[in-house]
Design a protein around this ligand. Sequence first.
Ligand code: GRF
Length: 217
Amino acid sequence: MKNIVVLISGRGSNMISIAQACLSQCWPARIAAVISNRPQAAGLAAARALGLPVEVEDSAGRTDREAYDADLARRIDAHSPDLVLLAGYMRILTPAFVDRFAGRLLNIHPSLLPSFPGLDTHRRALEAGVKVHGATVHLVTAELDSGPILAQAAVPVMPGDDEDALSARVLEAEHAIYPMAVRWMIDERVEVRGRTVRLRDPGPGETGLLLPRSERA
Ligand code: GRF
């Protein structure tokens, strides 16, 4: 059994989608801990309801980022993690933290990277007038939202979309690609060469690209 640690800051819907896939698809893995930096994160209650072990490493007032990340890393290490998943974890990580978990640290970002790294991706996509938007699962490297890309999901931007409508469409796609990419990592099918990710023995449709329903073969 591989150990997965999930870091959250908020509602935790990606954490839930991964936990559900892990259970329903009988992954050879378990979620060893869901750790939040915010004690009030709604995702903590959701994780408890799923029977997952939860922990809090409160970041309020922790201005020394190195010291905070070292405490967080110790907490994570206690679970001997094979994978550490950022799922709406809203703190920028220190290089030492990223180094420590290099190659087993994943993030989901709500845009088609390298477009719109950082915050407010849906608002910025609407302002830019793009016709396609989406989400990206990537390995985390020291540079923000720039690591090798495992999977992307594209969604259309529809006339009349506001941030809520667009983010809901993207979130549904996130819930499809994040568990898929995590499963590839669990099964050790991911090969990284520089910035490029290759999937070992890809099956039909395992391209790492998820298109809107109407566009799928
Ligand atoms: C998602 O949009 C994710 O891409 C971004 O933060 C949001 C977290 O949502 N990093 P949730 O907490 O998983 O519901």
